[in-house]
Design a protein around this ligand. Sequence first.
Ligand SMILES: Cc1cc2nc3c(=O)[nH]c(=O)nc-3n(C[C@H](O)[C@H](O)[C@H](O)COP(=O)(O)OP(=O)(O)OC[C@H]3O[C@@H](n4cnc5c(N)ncnc54)[C@H](O)[C@@H]3O)c2cc1C
Length: 382
Amino acid sequence: MDLDLTDDQRALQALCRDFAKKDILPHRDEWNTTGRFPVEVFRKMADLGLMGLLVPEEYGGTGVGAVAYVAAMEEIAKADQSVASTWNAHLTIGSLPLLYFGTEEQKRRWLVPLARGERLGAFGLTEPEAGSDARAIRTTARRDGDGWVIDGTKMFTTNAGTEISQGVILLAVSGTRADGGKEYSAFMVPRGTPGFDVGRLIPKIGWHAVDTRELIFRECRVPGDHLIGQAGVGLRQFMQALAIGRISVAALSLGLAQACLEVSIEYARQRRQFDRPISTFQAIQFKLADMATAVENARLIVFKAAWLHDRGRPFAKEAAMAKLYASDTAMHAALEAVQIHGGYGYTDEFVVSRFFRDAKILQIGEGTNEIQRLVIARLLGC
Ligand SMILES: Cc1cc2nc3c(=O)[nH]c(=O)nc-3n(C[C@H](O)[C@H](O)[C@H](O)COP(=O)(O)OP(=O)(O)OC[C@H]3O[C@@H](n4cnc5c(N)ncnc54)[C@H](O)[C@@H]3O)c2cc1C
């Protein structure tokens, strides 16, 4: 594994770093304080060709691969977790099911506008009664003539209620198998479909500018060509999309952990107590050394998972490990960053308090870290 990025990968990383500096950092306080979804940022990212990084050019994207994407994500995630997590959901779980399983017509119709950034993608798996236990979903899709009628509620859906949202790719129970088990299928439900109601914004501890909503489907009829791929394989399709999604959340976490480290070093160097910078106290140095070590380890496993993905090798175990390790690293780094900032770290006047609030969801979303351990253990043959 070559740890040096290629020239193209470095150029993308630099583009994202510059973009974050000019178009994210100056505005992030406003978005996170007001909770306003910054649609203009995603329009600019679309102009820069950043909204379809994992989608091939023939479908409107740039197909840069997971390694380049991870390098890009780290830069955006360092600047703001609300923007980065919106981008994360759009680029992976909100778009890739169409690329992997959609028909040619579905790709032209829905994937191309997503990859060009004209629309934002969303993924609806979680329900009020079904989170970790995806098989327990209750949303149903019953055949009706040449179409399907969808009923149910999706919970915590990211990106479905913004002015540029396309709709949602959702999983529903679509029948019963011969052995009596549930059969699942994936559907694209465009915004504005009668019977599809976008619920209120759900208030959260962090990720304040992220559009997180409940989605309600009542007698929501979609034509037969809204079924993604074949009927009956939806759960497998969703699990496949989540595997790459985990690399992405791991990169999101890596960016936050790196940001915690950088601001903590800066603060520790300038904050003086007992007539010297607190960075000269060994207690603080050890915290920074441990943070830096964990961040570097997280970076290695995140890039390894991405590298395996790009070579077409199995990557599910490393993706789960990366998500688990990087999100725990981010949470711990945020805790230590607040500690290093003392009382100021507990105020909203220092960015570390936001990092602290944003970190927790990384251990929960895209499969909780308990579920990541189950995935890893299963892939170890247990
Ligand atoms: C801000 C935000 C954005 C989100 N975006 C999306 C989205 O876009 N699309 C989407 O589909 N979902 C989304 N989610 C949902 C997220 O993926 C779920 O919250 C997550 O999978 C956990 O499900 P749950 O909340 O129902 O918790 P539960 O599954 O009820 O888990 C509760 C606790 O029990 C533990 N637990 C459960 N089962 C086991 C087990 N077998 N062994 C050990 N421990 C277990 C969990 O680890 C957790 O600690 C989002 C959530 C949030 C908060």
